[in-house]
Design a protein around this ligand. Sequence first.
Ligand SMILES: [Zn+2]
Length: 354
Amino acid sequence: MRHLAPDYIYTRQGLQSNMLITISDEGRIASITPVGAQFIIPFRLPNNLEPQARTQSVWESGSRALLPGFVNVHSHVFQRALRGHTHRPLSQQDTFWTWRRAMYAEAQRLNPDLLYESASQTYREMLAAGYTTVGEFHYLHHQPGGTPYANPNAMSEAVLQAGHDAGIRVVLLMTAYASVEAYLDRVETLRATGVPIGVAPHSVRAVPEPWFRAIADYSRTHNIPFHVHADEQIAEIEQCQAAYNCTPIELLARFGALGTRTTIVHATHANATEIALLARNGCTVTPNSFPPTSPSPSAPIATPASIPSKNCAGPNTPLACAINAAAYWSPTRWPHLARSYSPTAHNMVLNLWG
Ligand SMILES: [Zn+2]
């Protein structure tokens, strides 16, 4: 048993002082209790204390606030390579579409070894910034040129290995491709190895209705996360209206894809009807990459000015934290931001897959 006694800790009850964290010999938090008379905290442990003696001691964390490890809900890890090359602040030419061209060029270049390298660097950076779990929205599956690998999960395994070696927990959010049966087979194969996994039909523009229904069923049956991009671009909404006479989130509802395991990525241009739908179905929204300085311009509109009016329409709609691999915010800024975004601010910090 070891003990920590920081000045403050962040729990479901908020920021608390005078609390003692007890850590089991397996390295897990055994309890968080008020510091009582039974504990005498040696706030200055002598420097010459033997390591053996220290393990039984109460450790002072020294003028610190201790926060839980943060979850980055939505990452495209390989996009780190685009950092500084797209969405340059002074450029008149950089747009979502130039960014997308650069992103595809980078995706075309990668094989499992290069992806492992890129992911290793990025995951180490995430850890250094305080993130301990990442939802990796993974859509790189084939060889440069589009031929499948002999092992269809070669790229997924490279990402998982990078996470394992860096020491971050990766929840692999596998995008659907090829056929839905082959896709669910691959998901099943990876699940059988015990890795945390979620399903991720990319968007309503990329995946047909029968796939959505099959994948949503699979998510419900196995109680695993379901991630989908929606309402990222105006053009996407217009195309959806033209094809289906409804918006992307309304279409997802029609497909039976909204539920408590569903996370909508972006929802940048979601209207009040769509937000109400999300709230009614208990979905989570992750306004990906909304820092205005983010090099990914895919969702620059979800700023503090626009989020509250939308998301407060559904007070039970949790916001989640998503940081594109291209830019990180220190997690310590999230509680402050959350307060300006939603009346259920603590959801943003704590309701990240538990
Ligand atoms: Zn994304």
